[in-house]
Each structure stands twice: as C-alpha cells, then as structure tokens.
Write a protein that binds this ligand. Structure first.
Ligand code: ZN
Length: 65
C-alpha cells in the first residue's frame, strides 16, 4: 500500500454514521479496547471498516454487532 497524505484518516463509522479517526496501527485506540477475537470477526463480517470507539465499546458490552 502507498502511504497516504495523512497518517490518520477520518472514517465514517458504518454503525452510527459518525466520523472518527483510526490510525490502523498499534497506537490506535481500537487496540486499547479489549475486543474479543470472535467479536472482531463478527465486526469484520458485518462492516467494511472498523467502528468508532463508542460503537466498539458497545458491541463489546452487548457481545453482538
Ligand atoms: Zn460508531
């Protein structure tokens, strides 16, 4: 992949429609949230991109996407 202009690109959360930023790296907040591997699989199956922080916390809590 070619490096892009910005390291962090704003993304639109496919779940709630809000914009958020994901660095897609080990420094991103999404690595700070302890997401169960099966939850990540479900999220990947259902959504094309990753979710914003609040949605990720919510799906973790509810254990459904
Ligand atoms: Zn969201």
């Amino acid at each position: 992949m070619k490096p892009k202009m910005q390291l962090i690109e704003p993304e639109i959360c496919p779940r709630c429609g809000k914009s958020f930023e994901c660095g897609k790296s080990g420094k991103c907040w999404c690595y700070e949230i302890d997401t169960k591997p099966f939850m990540l699989e479900l999220i990947n199956k259902k959504y094309e991109s990753c979710l914003c922080r609040s949605c990720l916390e919510e799906v973790n809590r509810l254990e459904k996407v």
